[in-house]
Design a protein around this ligand. Structure first.
Ligand SMILES: [Zn+2]
Length: 324
């Protein structure tokens, strides 16, 4: 059981994805995309960054829902789980996994790697692609350099305050990204099989706790989509509009939908919905322009992007047998 998120989000005049500074110039991350056989440079936000923002939002949502199982180490120095676990003595990777998953929702949902003493790892249940400008906009100029001034602590020989000039790159683009959330794996072992039936990991937390974590993980997408993420948001909070958002709640295996980078992703999605209707529980769609809804059948149209997220949460709870 999986949730597929396909998003197209307008982010204008943002500097969320800084690559660092060279002298007095702050540059954005840039990568190359192939379009019609041409290699095109473009600003990108890495999947690593999106996953990080999702993890931070997840913790806030989990705590606000009443969740209590989190490693304190994540708040002390944002260190991964290693230091906390090295103080304990484990005999096997299964024992490490059980301890970590029981005691920490963020390690459960976002995975961990312990490479000392006992080698144990958990694959993240939440996966993100890079966010890249959509295929139809990628060949345009999308980055701009703005000159900023700030007063320098240095004073000139004439006794005047000096101005320090620096340049920062910004980007305006319609970004597309995809994400997959394996909600059936929440709170379950990736090493030990559940007794009887088809392959499924052994449940390591109670069902109510697993459902709470799944709810928080779905809600966290709202913050990722709203532009409230990344670097430089104090002075360059992105001018944001979610253009299109699709949530596919699948009850069994379906092929991964085409990435919303491609212009024809909707046509591919329509085929997928029709071919695998017996495996798809629901498809929730928001489109600020409205044209997407008419191209897709058997979908639930939503009036706002956060409505898609809210409904996806309800659908997932139904499938987990935890509907309120
Ligand atoms: Zn943890």
């Amino acid at each position: 059981m999986r949730l597929y998120i396909l998003a197209r989000v307008e982010l204008q005049l943002h500097a969320l994805n800084c690559a660092g500074s060279t002298g007095h110039f702050n540059k954005l991350q840039e990568a190359y995309i192939i379009k019609d056989g041409e290699v095109v440079p473009c600003p990108v936000i890495s999947g690593n960054a999106l996953k990080n923002y999702h993890a931070r939002a997840f913790v806030k949502e989990y705590v606000s829902l009443g969740g209590k199982k989190l490693h304190k180490r994540h708040f002390v120095d944002q260190c991964r789980v290693t230091k906390e676990m090295l103080s304990k003595d484990f005999s096997s990777k299964e024992a490490v996994e059980e301890d970590i998953v029981r005691n920490c929702a963020v390690c459960d949902v976002h995975g961990f790697l312990l490479a000392e003493k006992v080698n144990a790892r958990r694959e993240s249940l939440v996966k993100f692609s890079f966010a890249v400008p959509t295929e139809d906009t990628i060949a345009r100029k999308l980055t701009y350099t703005i000159v900023h001034n700030r007063v320098s602590p240095k004073v000139s020989q004439e006794g005047k305050e000096e101005m320090m000039i620096f340049r920062r790159q910004y980007a305006s683009a319609i970004y597309s990204f995809a994400s997959i959330f394996d909600f059936a794996g929440v709170g379950r072992s990736q090493y030990v099989k559940e007794e009887g039936g088809v392959w499924r990991g052994k449940l390591l937390v109670d069902e109510a706790e697993a459902a709470l974590r799944a709810r928080a993980a779905v809600r966290a997408y709202t913050r990722v989509l709203s532009g409230e993420l990344g670097a430089n948001t104090s002075r360059a909070l992105p001018i944001t509009r979610v253009r299109q958002l699709v949530a596919v709640v699948a009850k069994s295996l379906v092929p991964c939908p085409m990435h919303p980078f491609y212009e024809d992703y909707v046509r591919d999605l329509a085929k997928l919905i029709s071919k695998y209707s017996d495996r798809i529980h629901s498809v929730l769609v928001y489109d600020s322009g409205g044209s997407l809804i008419g191209l897709l059948s058997s979908v639930e149209a939503c009036g706002a992007y956060y409505e898609v997220v809210e409904k996806a949460e309800q659908k997932i709870l139904e499938l987990l047998g935890e509907a309120p």
